[in-house]
Write a protein that binds this ligand. Structure first.
Ligand code: BGC
Length: 368
């Protein structure tokens, strides 16, 4: 398993250097069917869109973007959210299959728990696009569209290295680690990318994890929950940082975990404020960046991903060649799933206006 992940991470690293974002460097893979070549969006049909939860801002944006873009392209859309409950998501997908969906777009809650319903989709001849998170152990997944998840992690790790000037500074610096849900394949890539950058400094003693919690299983956060992250950070603070020990960095794989960590620090920590990383540019976290309570985030423009998926849907239904740019990295246990990786972008207090406001992603008022 570990070997497999390492292998996957290595190949993603190689592919990462070839990518120039959502619009460039595309190879292609055939949808496996021949026939008429109507333009994308010309074929009307029913698209089932299964999203994990409304609790996190990003999935609301993803869902809304998918729905409006698909409808504008002439498709009927069945958009469902599953409150992070696997059984609910399974039954929502079953309903989409029986309603005669032409394509399914699925952002899974637990990538390994959809095998049976995926087989049903396959039997019914319905192509499946895994959205943002890979669906594991199933040969029914036709395509995968996501951001370069390994690159998200390396950008977070490199930010820590650069900000602490680890090449030159003597250290040691104290660091704690928070990643995501063990059922989310992305978490392996985020954490793996960050640790590939940070591990040499842990090994040389410049970075010290006082809690000793360094393995994925120790630092995972069920459901990416802010409350879970807050609880774990509170325990770490009282056990390892109570006597005035300085905490220098908290590597958080995303914004919901960063939020929990920030809340724990506000109530329980009086030392110099640590570097905190994140991902998603959620509104609460951008506000924290402006207030100096979170150092950086990763901007994954959900509009770009949605547009790419709408394009994929059109190409699949028109039986055209489907545009992908990675055919090596994402093996779901049944084979490599042809993927389209969009490029994640570094965000902090200096560039958030340009990235988020000028591009129309948020309004200035959203961040006040
Ligand atoms: C997504 C992240 C998100 C996390 C929690 C991951 O699969 O890629 O953007 O922060 O799930 O929802």
């Amino acid at each position: 398993m570990r070997k497999k992940i390492l292998g996957a991470l290595l190949s993603v690293a190689m592919v990462a250097s070839l990518l120039v974002g959502c619009s460039g460097g595309a190879a292609s893979s055939s949808s496996g069917a021949s026939g008429s070549a109507e333009s994308a969006g010309g074929d009307k049909g029913l698209v089932g869109v299964a999203m994990p939860t409304k609790d996190l801002q990003r999935w609301n944006q993803d869902g809304a973007n998918m729905k409006s873009e698909l409808e504008a392209a002439g498709y009927e859309v069945d958009l469902q959210y599953a409150s992070n409950d696997v059984a609910t998501q399974v039954s929502q997908i079953e309903n989409m299959i029986s309603a005669g969906a032409d394509v399914l777009v699925v952002a899974s809650i637990d990538g390994s728990s959809l095998g049976t319903v995926m087989s049903q989709a396959k039997e019914a001849g319905i192509p499946v696009i895994a959205y943002d998170r890979l669906i594991m152990d199933s040969d029914a997944v036709s395509y995968y569209a996501t951001f370069d998840n390994y690159m998200v992690g390396t950008k977070q790790g490199q930010y820590i290295v650069d900000t602490l000037d680890l090449e030159n500074a003597a250290g040691p610096f104290n660091m704690e680690l928070f990643t995501g849900d063990p059922g989310d394949n992305n978490a392996n890539f985020f954490f793996g990318g960050a640790m590939d950058v940070l591990n040499p400094y842990i090994e040389s003693g410049k970075l010290v994890v006082q809690s000793g919690q360094k393995e994925f299983a120790d630092v995972a956060t069920a459901n990416w929950s802010s409350e879970e992250a807050q609880k774990r950070m509170e325990n770490i603070l009282s056990s390892y940082y109570a006597g005035g020990t300085q905490l220098d960095v908290v590597m958080c794989s995303n914004d919901s975990t960063a939020l929990g960590v920030t809340n724990a620090l506000a109530a329980n920590y009086t030392g110099n404020y640590p570097i905190i990383t994140g991902q998603d540019c959620d509104i609460a976290n951008v506000k924290n960046m402006i207030a100096g309570k979170q150092s950086m985030s990763i901007f994954k423009d959900t509009r770009t991903l949605a547009s790419q998926v709408v394009k994929m849907v059109g190409q699949i239904l028109a039986k055209e060649t489907v545009e992908v740019n990675d055919t090596e990295t994402y093996d779901n246990g049944k084979g490599v799933v042809p993927s389209y990786l969009c490029e994640p972008v570094f965000a902090d207090v200096n560039n958030y206006k340009e990235l988020l406001i000028d591009s129309g992603y948020y309004k200035e008022a959203d961040l006040q």
